[in-house]
Design a protein around this ligand. Structure first.
Ligand code: SF4
Length: 79
């Protein structure tokens, strides 16, 4: 039933080193903050250090690339 399931991205922001790799992988979902030099998960709800957003399945491969590129492993993808 229905189309593809939405995917959820979880981002543990405090450990971000601002390397920009996620932004290069998928700039429609990731951008750099000029304020603190860490990246921003666009559209995410924030609970302290944990930022989460549910996005369309079509974004999966791009966000998986972002997660794989992140040197500190703070981007997680699940259903
Ligand atoms: S790839 Fe990881 S460390 Fe680099 S800017 Fe993105 S979230 Fe931060």
């Amino acid at each position: 039933m229905g189309g593809p399931k939405p995917m959820r991205i979880t981002f543990y922001r405090s450990k971000c080193i601002g390397c920009n790799y996620c932004v290069e992988a998928w700039p429609e979902r990731w951008q750099m903050s000029k304020r603190d030099g860490k990246c921003v998960l666009i559209g995410a709800k924030k609970k302290g250090n944990i930022h989460q957003v549910q996005v369309g399945e079509y974004e999966r491969e791009y966000n998986e690339r972002a997660a794989a590129a992140c040197p500190v492993n703070i981007i997680r993808i699940n259903q």
